[in-house]
Design a protein around this ligand. Structure first.
Ligand SMILES: [Zn+2]
Ligand SMILES: [Zn+2]
Length: 418
């Protein structure tokens, strides 16, 4: 009913839906996000742009992010008002009884709470659980959540049960009775068992020492101390042409970003490599529409970048023959592409590996693909493996669109940068 009601004010989206052009889920995402625009002309504009975005083979999450960014750009004050109204009307924690002695917990809360919870759970699991833990990931997450919730006795630790668990709470260093010649496993076990009783205090002390010594780089093997101080990344655009982006959540409106900065929950940085020329004259709200949604004039398809993997260069620029991707270039690729570039994958580029589209040749770098902008794209771990299986062969175009071709059927799927 809600969808039907929304569609009654969105004729263009309705027509596309009835034509069967888009899935129910994608129509629902578009309708949910743009129905709030009250101005008829602005809404009509948003319908067309959102449908253009939906034509692309990106993940549903990416589609939502693009549509949200457009809606915020078109009506920033409205976005802030609606966020505050939603807080008053809908914020809640619901705990309901479910099957098999379980419950369901559902929380409608500000985006930063979800992003922080997800990041903290991931960080705890990463720091304390090794790959041999027998539990499903979901079960590990619930154990982490229980500890975060403060449930008495709840503590997330690895259950692999192996002596050499790399994530186990470290034992005190250099026990005095260590016998270099003693090979008997029973003795070792007994020693460890004896030490475990008081190991907790010792290791806490060790952690604190390490923390103060390592200084700025205390992120790698973090534990409880750093969990509490986990800050989220907030990217802002000082020029005001891109909407602020909260890592782990997505685009947020300006007043929300200002609130997060005041709250101290975020680490703020500016979008790297941002060089959007200002439109001459008055900057209208339409000028602030995300670049990805603002290019009807660009001919499609663009021409492929040269197939050599040299990114249009005749001679290799500095660093092109080095396999390692410099930090600035990595940041630029992340900023340009936004997400994993494999079809229908929405994993944020910041969580991806940067892949050489045309393979880098170590024994003769000049002949293979170079480490240059137009031969690099973000791929998440899973999609990176898919690419190497050769099911789809990528070609990058001069507008950074990537055509993925099925070598058997010849079918193609195109993905686009942010
Ligand atoms: Zn383990
Ligand atoms: Zn992916």
């Amino acid at each position: 009913m809600a969808l039907s009601s929304a569609l009654s004010t969105l004729p263009t989206v309705t027509a596309a839906f009835l034509d069967g052009d888009h899935s129910l889920e994608r129509i629902r995402i578009i309708a949910d996000e743009i129905v709030v625009l009250s101005d008829d002309d602005v809404r009509a504009f948003a319908e067309t742009r959102a449908l253009e975005s939906a034509e692309r083979n990106q993940a549903d999450t990416t589609l939502r992010d693009q549509v949200v960014e457009m809606v915020i750009a078109l009506d920033p004050d409205g976005a802030a008002d609606r966020r505050e109204e939603a807080a008053e009307r809908d914020q809640n924690v619901r705990v309901s009884r479910d099957t098999n002695g379980h419950c369901s917990i559902s929380v409608y809360a500000p985006g930063e709470m979800g992003a922080h919870l997800a990041a903290r759970i991931a960080k705890m699991i990463n720091a304390r659980i090794c790959a041999r833990d027998p539990r499903r990931r979901g079960q590990q997450r619930v154990a982490a959540f229980a500890e975060i919730q403060g449930l008495p006795g709840a503590h997330l630790s690895c259950e692999c049960g192996l002596d050499d668990c790399p994530r186990a709470v470290p034992l005190p260093e250099e026990p005095a009775d260590l016998d270099p010649a003693g090979d008997l496993p029973d003795d070792v076990d007994a020693d460890r068992a004896a030490q475990l009783d008081f190991s907790e205090l010792d290791t806490t002390g060790n952690d604190a020492d390490e923390e103060s010594e390592s200084g700025t780089d205390g992120e790698a093997d973090s534990d409880d101390d750093t969990d509490a101080q986990l800050l989220l990344d907030l990217a802002i655009d000082p020029v005001g042409q891109r909407e602020a982006r909260l890592a782990g959540f997505g685009v947020i409106d300006d007043s929300h970003a200002a609130h997060l900065i005041r709250s101290g929950l975020v680490k703020v940085f500016e979008f790297p490599g941002l060089e959007i020329p200002r439109t001459a004259g008055i900057v209208t709200s339409l000028d602030r529409v995300p670049a990805a949604l603002r290019r009807p004039d660009i001919p499609f398809p663009a021409t492929p970048i040269d197939p050599t993997g040299h990114g249009g260069y005749l001679t290799p620029p500095k660093g092109a023959l080095t396999y390692r991707i410099p930090a600035w270039l990595r940041e630029k690729i992340i900023e340009l592409d936004g997400t994993c570039r494999y079809p229908h994958c929405g994993r944020p580029a910041s969580e991806c590996q940067i892949d050489h589209v045309v393979k880098f040749v170590h024994r003769d770098p000049r002949t293979g693909g170079w480490t240059v902008e137009f031969n690099l794209m973000p791929l998440c771990t899973a999609c990176h493996q898919r690419k190497h299986m050769g099911l789809l062969i990528p070609t990058m175009l001069t507008d950074r669109a990537v055509i993925w071709r099925d070598p058997i059927t010849g079918d193609t799927i195109t993905t686009y940068p942010r």
